[in-house]
Design a protein around this ligand. Structure first.
Ligand SMILES: Cc1ncc(COP(=O)(O)O)c(C=O)c1O
Length: 421
């Protein structure tokens, strides 16, 4: 055992120190400075009694929290690399005393499994629009058609609509799900206001997709969120080389229920990906802050460009708007996503996308390389046109995810592509 408890970091440790040390005890692996990859399906127990205890704990029958509470039985249930990763991720969240992370093979799997664990047929799920297109599809199609849920989309740009929906469905409300900033309009949703409404008017819980801001730039537990959701594919993974998802729950027993729903319904992430993600957490803050610095320069370049009609970036919100007020209250930076409208329509947007040389024409975000796409016709193709228009994006809108290249080169790339329209 090392000099400190590797699962419970000293309270005085700051973020960077926790991100670099929590979760791994070298003395459990012959002093190896970095963790090994536990590439195995099953784990040997010392004796039959211990194996029974492990099953009891895994099934939630034995609630005693022992240090080896999550001692792995079988990798579909848990694995040392998953435990290290979750210990490290959960200690980076602020605003909840005792939260617990659960690791999934994708962000969408994290969302689906959370709904499966918490909702029953006939329950109501309210979700804010706009939201990531894949989540939108799950909520509008899979959940009502396959799980029998009453799913209610609510425009997040109008807080009154959220209040009306929560009041209307209070009796059956199980889950309110929001994404903030919303994808791709970057609309800010007031987490505290939605948490207060959810908790005061119903027995429902609030889940917030914090993928865009990451644990560096927004701390939803501080504002009353019950569950934080991440696509780990994005800045947490950070290198566009894996797909992953997480939930972090302020309630440990609810997290155990969600993990048990994951393992019994089958989706299992890989130990190798968990090992990569653990390594990526070491550099999360450095990467997020550097790409944000780049993004500020790119956003300013677009704002000043004569062929750009509109740039949506949190730093440019009207100082009298609700977006600005919420941004100031709950975000610690503007992040690395920009949404802009070039002059013209779909054709001009496609001309830009087809001529970019450094920005990859691809969906996703949070990697080393910068990416560009057209949300109307790509990520959000499936969303009804009316909802897209109400959600403040248009057929010509371009979404940029800025990475870690030289920002002058990124501006030069946009300059030459904009010159084609
Ligand atoms: C905000 C947000 N949430 C969730 C997801 C889904 O994550 P995954 O692709 O890891 O399943 C995405 C994917 O782009 C996303 O952008």
């Amino acid at each position: 055992m090392g000099k400190h408890d590797w699962r419970e970091p000293p309270k005085k440790w700051n973020f960077r120190t926790r991100a670099a040390h929590v979760g791994y005890d070298p003395f459990l692996s012959m002093g190896a400075a970095r963790p090994p990859i536990f590439s195995c399906s099953t784990f040997i127990a010392e004796n039959a009694e211990k194996l029974e205890n492990m099953f009891r704990r895994s099934a939630g029958l034995d609630k005693v929290l022992a240090p080896d509470d999550e001692w792995p039985i079988y990798t579909r249930i848990s694995n040392p690399n998953f435990i290290m990763l979750c210990d490290r991720l959960q200690c980076l969240e602020q605003g909840a005393d005792n939260s617990r992370a659960v690791y999934f093979p994708s962000g969408l799997s994290a969302i689906f499994t959370t709904v499966l664990a918490l909702c029953n047929p006939g329950d109501t799920l309210i979700f804010g629009i706009p939201i990531y297109g894949g989540t939108d599809h799950q909520f509008r199609h899979l959940m009502p058609e396959k799980l029998g849920l009453n799913v209610v989309p609510v425009d997040v740009s109008d807080p009154n609509k959220m209040e009306e929906a929560i009041k209307k469905y209070a009796n059956t409300l199980k889950l309110v799900f929001i994404e903030t900033p919303a994808n791709p309009s970057l609309t800010m949703v007031d987490i505290q206001a939605v948490a207060d409404l959810t908790h005061s008017l119903s027995d429902g819980i609030l889940a917030v997709d914090n993928t865009f801001m990451s644990p560096i730039l927004q701390h939803p537990f501080k504002y009353g969120t019950d569950i934080i959701i991440y696509s780990g594919t994005k800045s947490i993974g950070g290198h566009s080389d894996l797909i992953a998802g997480f939930i972090v729950d302020r309630d440990v027993s609810r997290a155990a229920k969600i993990n048990s729903t994951r393992s019994t319904s089958g989706p299992t992430p890989s130990a190798y990906d968990a090992w990569l993600l653990f390594r990526s957490l070491d550099t999360l803050e450095v990467r997020v802050l550097k790409s944000q610095e780049n993004t500020k320069k790119v956003a300013k370049f677009l704002l000043d460009h004569p062929k750009v009609d509109r740039v949506i970036y949190p730093d440019f919100y009207d100082k009298n708007s609700a977006n600005w007020e919420i941004y100031q209250k709950q975000c610690e930076g503007p992040g690395s996503m920009i949404t802009f409208d070039p002059a013209g329509g779909k054709e001009e947007s496609y001309t830009i996308l087809n001529n970019l040389e450094i920005f990859g024409l691809a969906v996703s975000l949070g990697g080393v390389e910068s990416l560009a796409e057209n949300p109307w016709f790509h990520t959000h193709l499936d969303v009804p046109d009316e909802d897209k228009l109400n959600s403040n994006f248009k057929p010509q809108t371009v979404r940029l995810a800025v990475g870690l290249e030289d920002p002058d080169d990124l501006c030069g790339d946009l300059e030459q592509a904009l010159a084609r329209i």
